[in-house]
Design a protein around this ligand. Structure first.
Ligand code: AMP
Ligand code: MG
Length: 398
């Protein structure tokens, strides 16, 4: 058996190698850029009027003019107009191009409309006021986004502005989720007394979707030959297999030997942790990866959050930030295992406080909904004091 740290390190030495693909703007949220993005024009692309009001010439203001004859209107979306008489003004709207021969914008709030004439109530104006000058933010051809950037909603606006309707991004791994177990029935069926509905695949599929990854779901009974033939076919179609169940010491836990038959090289089997101790991880020569997780729902979920999610992001070159939280009360755990304690967190004056949520162990699905994440308590001691800070693996935001 290996430690949690060793397990993470081995997993991160066996990353998926993404290729690139071209994706429409509407589908690019959460993906990783595989091209640098340059400004196709200046930002803003023209001297942009920032207020509804009038445009005048600073020279005429300097020479004492305070009332201006209306010469016309420059609307947003219209080609540039020209102020012909330097002593008059053009009405201008936010977002319009600054008319030629003008260099001051005065908002309506400071004006008195007297029919043909407009009077300015201000004592002072500044040249170029309320004008967002061409190229003030970014110059044409400047790089504005770099390869490797994780696209958030903020980047979407930039991509749209520079005319990127399709974008080159890193490809995501193709994943198959496989649950195993003779006691499991599909969600839509009514289980017999000795059966349960299978939930892990649905949890894994939803959790993967949060990372932008789509996956197919399969279920296989605990029969050695069946497992071999089914997995052999499924693995041809994907980059990654995520299995749940069948990796412990039970009489029908065939997953490790079948994976061995399929030429997956075991990297580890067993991690000194609770939950999730029987976790099996392996890779094949053709760069296919298998995460075989113990079937207990909380174990499966914890292993996904702790190992598979960071593996997916690391494969794309994105380092997820490690949140930390402080225990809100003393906690004792007497085994020499890294303990992933389910906690509810509360933000107290900017500090994240973690309150243990007592549960019934790794089968306790109901407990997952009472908590926000796992607090990772180290294996080398048994008493954890209130106020001590530990890594926090969050699965809930609110
Ligand atoms: P296993 O790892 O196959 O020994 O399973 C451990 C426990 O988790 C057993 O009580 C199983 O019934 C349960 N279990 C396994 N797979 C699932 C699943 N997909 N959904 C819900 N419970 C499961
Ligand atoms: Mg089983």
């Amino acid at each position: 058996m290996i430690t949690v740290e060793e397990a993470s390190e081995i997993i991160n030495q066996n990353l998926y190698k993404p290729t690139t693909e071209v994706v429409e703007l509407s589908k690019v949220l959460g993906r990783v850029l595989a091209e640098d993005i340059y400004a196709d024009r200046d930002f803003p692309p023209f001297n942009r009027v920032m207020m509804d009001g009038i445009a005048i010439q600073y020279k005429s203001w300097e020479s004492g003019a305070r009332s201006f004859k209306k010469e016309g209107i420059q609307l947003a979306g219209e080609p540039q107009k020209n102020l012909k008489d330097s002593g008059s003004c053009l009405e201008v709207m936010t977002g319009s191009i600054l008319p030629e021969n003008t260099d001051v914008i005065i908002p309506y709030e400071e004006l008195e409309d007297a029919g043909e004439m407009i009077h300015v109530r201000l004592d002072q104006v500044k040249k170029n006021q309320n004008i967002h000058s061409q190229g003030a933010d970014v110059k044409v051809s400047e790089k504005i986004l770099s390869k490797g950037c994780l696209i958030s909603t903020a980047e979407i606006g930039v991509l749209a502005t520079v005319g990127k309707s399709v974008i080159k991004v890193l490809s995501l791994p193709k994943v198959a989720i496989i649950s195993t177990g003779d006691e499991l029935v599909p969600v839509e069926e009514t289980p017999k007394d000795y059966q349960i509905r299978q939930s892990n695949s649905h949890v894994l599929k939803a959790a993967l979707r949060e990372s932008g990854v789509e996956a197919d779901i399969h279920h296989i009974l605990d029969e050695r030959d069946l497992l071999l033939t089914r997995l052999k076919a499924i693995v041809e179609e994907v980059d990654v297999l995520i299995l749940s169940g069948g990796v412990s010491k039970g009489k029908k836990d065939y997953v490790p030997e079948v994976l061995d038959q399929l030429r997956f090289e075991k990297q580890f089997h067993g991690v000194i942790q609770r939950p999730g101790k029987p976790f099996w991880f392996g890779v094949r020569q053709d760069n296919k990866t298998v995460f075989a997780l113990p079937g207990n729902p909380v174990s499966t979920y914890m292993c996904f959050q702790k190992y598979i999610k960071p593996w997916t992001f690391n494969s794309l070159g994105v380092q997820l930030p490690q949140e930390m939280a402080a225990l809100s009360e003393d906690f004792t755990f007497k085994k020499d295992l890294t303990y992933f304690l389910q906690v509810r967190v509360l933000n107290v004056s900017g500090k994240l406080m973690a309150q243990p949520v007592a549960g019934q162990g790794s089968g306790d699905l109901a407990n997952l909904i009472a908590a926000d994440g796992f607090l990772q308590l180290p294996a080398d001691r048994s008493l954890f004091k209130a106020g001590e800070v530990f890594p926090f693996i969050r699965y809930r935001r609110s």
